[in-house]
Design a protein around this ligand. Structure first.
Ligand SMILES: [Zn+2]
Length: 145
């Protein structure tokens, strides 16, 4: 945007300012942020990522995984394995978020923890209800007539 005169228009207020200045002297806006260079996201790696709702670039990958696994945890029988994985990913997500404050995804991390925990419990009961009578019937004492 720099011109031959060494000036450019402030993207916020439109006044002519020095092309090299980082802050508009008229409205006080930070110009680097306006051009997408990192102020909110200091990590270059984070800024380079692309993503969408299904695989958000600014969220912890662990949190995204925990969210999906948490939903899968509600599937009967198979859900037990997904639920345990969801809880594990949720814990990893919270640790990841602690280490990288610029990352988001806390909501999904907790979603994974809660759904994963509930799904696991639910499936433990389902499995117990299905498997235990079978087991007891085979190996338990014979019913008296
Ligand atoms: Zn300005």
């Amino acid at each position: 945007m720099a011109t031959l005169t060494g000036k450019r228009a402030c993207p916020f207020c439109g006044k002519r300012i020095q092309a090299t200045s980082h802050k508009c002297m008229y409205c006080g806006a930070f110009l680097e942020a306006a051009e997408g260079r990192s102020i909110e996201f200091p990590s270059d790696e984070l800024h380079a990522r692309k993503g969408n709702w299904w695989l958000p670039a600014d969220q912890s990958r662990w949190a995204v995984a925990a969210g999906y696994l948490g939903v899968l945890a509600l599937v009967p029988y198979l859900g037990l394995a997904f639920g345990l994985l969801a809880v594990m990913c949720g814990v990893m997500a919270l640790r990841d978020l602690n280490r990288h404050p610029a990352l988001r995804g806390q909501g999904r991390a907790y979603l994974g923890l809660v759904l994963g925990g509930l799904g696991s419990l639910y499936n433990v009961f389902v499995l117990a209800a299905v498997v235990l009578p079978h087991f007891v019937g085979r190996h338990g004492p014979a019913p008296r007539i």
